[in-house]
Design a protein around this ligand. Sequence first.
Ligand SMILES: [Zn+2]
Length: 258
Amino acid sequence: MSRSAPEILEFLRSSGARRVQRVCLKANKSTIWSLTQQGTVLNLHVAFAGAPRRLLRYFVVIANQAHRPDAEYHRAMARVAAWPPLDREIRRIRQEARRLARPARRDLGVGPCCATPAQRVYLRKLFDYLNRTRFGSRLPRTIPLRLSNRMRTSLGQMVPGLREGRPVVVELALNVDLMLPGNGPARLDTLLHEMAHAADYLFHGQTGHGHSWKGWARRAGCVPEACSATPIRRRRRRDSTVTRVPPLPLGARLRIAA
Ligand SMILES: [Zn+2]
């Protein structure tokens, strides 16, 4: 059984909580309830959506007596705070928050790579070249690179992680479709996009497409948007392999010869 905020409001008002005009349910990590806007808004922890009426009635006392706390008010406060499901829900919300604040720590492994040895060499050379020419060689040369044949809609990803409390890039992955002929501009743009994420995470601790990421993206010369609108060529069947090694940019090739 779960009640919506308006249902709780209706119940409280019909039980005598005249001042309350709005109930908000909140997934808080510690606050279990609060009265705001001169006692007209009752913010309840979302756990109370599943509370029985006998427990909700304590909020009638709380709402009515908050401006003049008496013994009954303190008893009501103690009762709602001691309701066991509240504690369980708060613990669950805290756990979830901790998990989200810990990017990729649970999995510091690199995903499955479908690149051929020649494609691996290509990726590494392209990365080194772009690192040198677009990022002032500030990115670690040891960042794992891979090709993925499992990505459906995304073209690439940067996986952030922590090792001994320090930010590390777990991997940069590109969709293997980017190796197909005709995808050259998208391939370059995607790799620069993910490298900008790597720089933004390593030097600013950020993972989104915010201000600092856009700065890196602009300096590197890729489209400073969350996702590019350009359609790319796709392999005909998802289980077909792509072994093509595209030509490297001239600068990257010269470096190899040197
Ligand atoms: Zn992105």
